[in-house]
Design a protein. Structure first.
Length: 261
């Protein structure tokens, strides 16, 4: 089904906001130098948190959200955004899977106390257990990975500007490695999460000689149990595999056992 934002010939009003993150994915947008002016000519960028401390405008059409939900204030912001926006696009691993902030979701109270002590500073906000944006509101499209590929962000916006029938990838990264004719890290006894990670990035890290760290999140097609067995057979303890999964999937109880540390 084609997805567009109906504007009756007007440019869509776009906001870009950040929750708990390093703001690296927003910085990636600025790395689109050859295409940034062309993009800005197609939209009306009415708010960008990276460049302004002004409050959210009352009206907008597309909301771009970076970062994980870690405070009650973020919960309220997302619900307000979803009521006003025709489309919500998340960017980056923190927004899609809770990412690095999500690692604090396990033993949450102990984690908070170890960082802040007996009293959380007012500046930290009213903390909640970290979660992905999609755990709070419906999301129309996700631009995954850490950080995002600017080209993927451009394609996501074009999806709602001009319409698209493209589906989100669901296969695992191993297929992309095979198409790139990369040797398998497990053949060398090295841990790699490409066995279970969602494809779509072109296996960028393996192409550079680095094992996949799972920043795109676990694929819905992944067989995590079988991947643990393969890891063991290759000399990589299943516990190491489980711990590595937590880096970007700690809030995914279906694939990340609560007892893993």
């Amino acid at each position: 089904m084609s997805e567009t934002v109906s504007l009756h010939g007007k440019r869509p009003r776009v906001i870009i906001i950040g929750l708990a993150s390093c703001f690296g994915c927003q910085l990636q947008i600025t790395n689109m130098e050859p295409h940034l002016l062309e993009l800005l000519d197609q939209i009306d960028l009415v708010h960008w948190q990276l460049a302004s401390s002004d409050p959210l405008p009352e009206a907008f059409d597309i909301a771009v959200v970076e970062g994980a939900v870690t405070t009650k204030e973020a919960l309220e912001t997302l619900r307000k955004v979803r009521r006003r926006a025709s489309a919500v696009i998340t960017i980056g691993a923190c927004a899609a899977t809770a990412g690095i902030p999500g690692m604090a979701s396990r033993d949450f109270d102990d984690q908070v106390e170890s960082v802040y002590g007996a009293e959380v500073p007012v500046a930290a906000g009213s903390l909640v257990r970290p979660m992905a944006v999609s755990a709070v509101i419906p999301v129309d499209w996700e631009v995954r990975c850490c950080p995002i590929d600017p080209a993927d962000f451009m394609m996501a916006l074009q999806r709602f500007l001009t319409g698209s029938n493209r589906l989100a990838p669901t296969a695992t990264l191993c297929g992309e490695c095979k198409r790139n004719e990369r040797g398998c890290f497990y053949g060398r006894g090295q841990l790699c999460l490409g066995l279970v990670t969602r494809s779509g990035c072109g296996a960028r890290c393996p192409n550079l000689g680095r094992p996949c760290n799972g920043c795109a999140g676990v694929s819905p097609d992944a067989n995590v149990a079988a991947a643990r067995v393969l890891a063991e057979e290759a000399g990589v303890p299943a516990q190491r595999f489980d711990v590595a999964l937590q880096l970007f999937n700690a809030t995914n109880e279906d694939v990340c056992p609560s007892g893993a540390r």
